[in-house]
Ligand binder design. Structure first.
Ligand SMILES: Cc1cc2nc3c(=O)[nH]c(=O)nc-3n(C[C@H](O)[C@H](O)[C@H](O)COP(=O)(O)OP(=O)(O)OC[C@H]3O[C@@H](n4cnc5c(N)ncnc54)[C@H](O)[C@@H]3O)c2cc1C
Length: 454
């Protein structure tokens, strides 16, 4: 298939970008791994479930309807169930390589003059004793079960960790009839107050969630953390404890909360695999972009959480700016003004930076990680093995990986990389994964044969 612009990721950023570019006369193909468009924020229930009122699980539904209807009105070609594993620079543009459907064995290609990466982010979860028990899920995972499968993850839940995502997750679970035993947030109100000015615009949203939690009688334990999840073959409860101002557990404050579900998250990290494969520069752990959302590789734009974690509204603004810019460059003109989106981006980036500074995992979280706690789930590497590697002289996550296999499994370190870096006492580094998805050898072999023939 051929297009002028291929947009990868059909979340808020990719949808806004596709509509902006298509409205300016660009032939757009929008590709996503999910079965429906919407991304994480507008995650849709599978059509076969016949949801009568999907909007009940969402907010800002009107925006979603406008985006969804715009795709058809603007003739954007949508390819769902396409898992992109690599984007390659080819003569005249780019080739997007994807694997089709749930099996991910059948290849598909899209050729385009320009690429816009809107691949979003993924959850950051730190290990603690018992975190691998059935019944412990990520906060976003619990949300995804609710929105995408119309399933509650359990009957009595604790929502824990840190970050603004915990609020909609706890409110959503409570509204769906789950008894939420507590929202356990490691950040205290003082830290949020310190960033009060930058967060002023977020106050109404926060107050709305607070009211919903109050209505459902959900206790909020601020400056607390989960120190252990309990259970033999599945979760039966958690121990929570208060933190001191330095982020250490205050001895004697531990208490037990019975529950069958723990929804836990410690923020989000940007998806950068496809950008890195193309050689795009990074800014910290996110794809670096200029004022028009252009990466430093000509013909490649990026928007939304792949360029930094900031929420759905920021993703919409960045997507719009990127789509306008890509359309203009493909026509050989300068992008027209988009003052509303530019203003929104400036304001939302400021509050995103403040949220990032306010919500951080407890500084001494590694002290709670016992030696028998599994850190790398794919390769079953324990914290004790990581510490042994450090004793042997490993000073960074790469050397720990070589000595222990932590990060060498199916997820290629996406789940454990930050934890290994934390245990090693060094900041996480960009991962440089050549492929964004596991690829069957047969697909690679076919690729090679085609290249030899051409
Ligand atoms: C699990 C989870 C749950 C969340 N729940 C909430 C919530 O309840 N409330 C809230 O305010 N915020 C929530 N957020 C944050 C919010 O969803 C984001 O701020 C917003 O969706 C960012 O938009 P985006 O377009 O940048 O990325 P996303 O919405 O994440 O969209 C990215 C899209 O790219 C696709 N993609 C990624 N890689 C590939 C690939 N290799 N091939 C093909 N497609 C690919 C994904 O399938 C996805 O559809 C959640 C985030 C996550 C990760």
């Amino acid at each position: 298939m051929r297009a002028e612009l291929v947009v990868i990721g059909a979340g808020p950023a990719g949808l806004a970008a596709s509509l902006a570019a298509a409205a300016r006369g660009t032939r757009v193909v929008l590709v996503d791994a999910a079965t429906e468009t919407g991304g994480q924020f507008y995650r849709q229930p599978a059509a076969a479930l016949g949801a009568g009122r999907p909007e009940a699980l969402h907010h800002r539904w009107r925006t979603w309807e406008r985006l969804r209807d715009g795709l058809a009105a603007r003739s954007v070609r949508v390819l769902t169930d396409h898992h992109v594993w690599c984007v390659e620079r080819t003569p005249g543009g780019f080739t997007v390589h994807a694997l089709l459907g749930p099996e991910q064995e059948e290849p598909a290609e899209v050729h385009a003059r320009a690429v816009l990466l809107a691949t979003g982010g993924y959850e950051h979860v730190l290990p603690f004793p018992g975190w691998t028990l059935p019944g412990v899920v990520t906060a976003g995972g619990a949300q995804a079960m609710l929105k995408g499968a119309l399933v509650a993850p359990g009957r009595r839940a604790v929502v824990a960790g840190t970050g603004p995502l915990l609020l909609p997750v706890a409110a959503g679970l409570a509204a769906a009839g789950v008894e939420v035993a507590a929202l356990v947030e490691s950040t205290g109100p003082g830290r949020l107050a310190r960033h009060g000015r930058a967060l002023a615009g977020k106050l109404p949203e926060g107050a709305g969630y607070a009211a919903r939690l109050l209505r459902h009688r959900v206790p909020v334990l601020a400056r607390h953390t989960v120190v252990r999840a309990h259970g033999d073959d599945r979760l039966t409860g958690v121990t929570v404890a208060a933190l001191d101002t330095a982020g250490r557990v205050r001895p004697g404050t531990e208490r037990h909360l019975p529950c069958d579900t723990l929804a836990v998250g410690h923020g989000m990290l940007p998806h950068t695999d496809l950008a890195e494969g193309l050689g795009c520069g990074l800014d910290g752990l996110a794809v670096a972009v200029d004022a028009e959302q252009r990466t430093d590789v000509p013909g490649v734009w990026a928007a939304g959480e792949s360029t930094g974690i900031g929420g759905a509204a920021l993703a919409l603004a960045e997507g719009h700016i990127a789509g306008c810019s890509a359309a203009a460059h493909l026509r050989g003109t300068a992008p027209g003004p988009a003052p509303a989106a530019l203003k929104a981006r400036t304001k939302l980036r400021r509050s995103a930076a403040a949220l990032d500074a306010a919500y951080a995992p407890p500084a001494h979280w590694t002290e709670q990680v016992t030696d028998d706690t599994v850190v790398c789930r794919c390769e079953e590497v324990t914290a004790g093995a990581v510490r042994d590697a450090l004793d042997l002289g490993a000073g960074d996550e790469r050397t720990v990986k070589l000595l222990t296999r932590a990060g060498m499994g199916w997820c290629q370190g996406r789940m454990c990389q930050a934890a290994v870096a934390g245990l090693a006492g060094c900041p996480p580094t960009p991962s440089r994964r050549p492929f964004a998805r596991p690829v069957p050898l047969g697909v690679l072999a076919r690729q090679h044969t085609q290249e030899e023939l051409s």
